[in-house]
Design a protein. Structure first.
Length: 202
C-alpha cells in the first residue's frame, strides 16, 4: 500500500479543525453573546432582570387594559423586592380590579411582606369577597416586626368566614403572639380549632 505523505495528512487535519472552529463560531453568532456566569437569565422585553431604574415603566403597565400585561407587571414588581413597589401595587388595588388581578396583587404583597403595605391590606380585610380577605390577612401575617400585626389578625378571628377565622388563629400561633392568648382561648371556646393549635404553640 502506498503511504500518504505526512504533509498531506497534516494539511487535511488543519482544514478539518478550521471547518469545526468556523462552524462553532457561526453557531455562537446565531445564539448571540454568551451570558456571563452569575448574569440573570430572566428578561424584560429581551433585556435582563428588572432593575429599580425600570420601576416607572413597570408601574405604568399596571394601568394597561391588557390583563396579561398587568399580571406580568405585578410579577416584575415582586422580583424587584423593594419598598418602592408597594405604592404602585396599593394604587392598583384601590383602583378596583377584577378578582384575578386583585388576588394576584394581594399575593404579591404577601411575598414582599413589607410593613408599608399594612394600610392597604387592612382595607382589604373588609372586602366583600372572602378570597380577597383571606389573602389580605395572609399578607399581614407575613409581615414581621410590626406591632400592628397581632391586633389585625385578632380582627380576623371575628370574620364571618370560618376558614379565615381558622387561618388567622393559626397565624397568631406562628408569629408567637402571646399577647393574643386570651382572645385565642375565647375563640377556641367558640369552636375555632385553629385557636387550639395556636395556644399549643404559645
Amino acid at each position: 500500500m502506498r503511504r500518504v505523505p505526512s504533509t498531506l495528512v497534516c494539511t487535511a487535519i488543519a482544514l478539518a479543525l478550521g471547518l469545526t472552529a468556523a462552524s462553532a463560531d457561526a453557531q455562537q453568532a446565531r445564539r448571540g453573546p454568551a451570558r456571563r456566569r452569575g448574569q440573570p437569565a430572566a428578561s424584560v422585553e429581551g433585556g435582563l432582570a428588572p432593575t429599580l431604574e425600570e420601576l416607572p415603566v413597570i408601574a405604568a403597565r399596571l394601568r394597561s387594559a391588557n390583563a396579561d400585561e398587568v399580571r406580568e407587571a405585578i410579577t416584575l414588581l415582586t422580583i424587584l423586592d423593594d419598598d418602592d413597589t408597594i405604592a404602585p401595587l396599593s394604587e392598583l388595588l384601590r383602583s378596583g380590579q377584577n378578582d384575578a388581578i386583585t388576588d394576584a396583587a394581594l399575593e404579591a404583597l404577601q411575598r414582599l411582606a413589607m410593613p408599608q403595605a399594612i394600610d392597604v391590606l387592612t382595607e382589604f380585610t373588609h372586602h366583600r369577597r372572602a378570597g380577597a380577605r383571606r389573602r389580605a390577612y395572609a399578607a399581614i401575617a407575613a409581615i414581621r416586626n410590626d406591632r400592628r400585626v397581632p391586633s389585625l389578625l385578632e380582627q380576623g378571628l371575628r370574620d364571618s368566614e370560618r376558614s379565615i377565622r381558622e387561618e388567622c388563629a393559626e397565624s397568631l400561633g406562628r408569629i408567637g403572639a402571646r399577647g393574643s392568648l386570651e382572645m385565642l382561648f375565647r375563640t377556641f371556646a367558640r369552636g375555632v380549632l385553629g385557636a387550639g393549635e395556636a395556644i399549643g404553640r404559645l
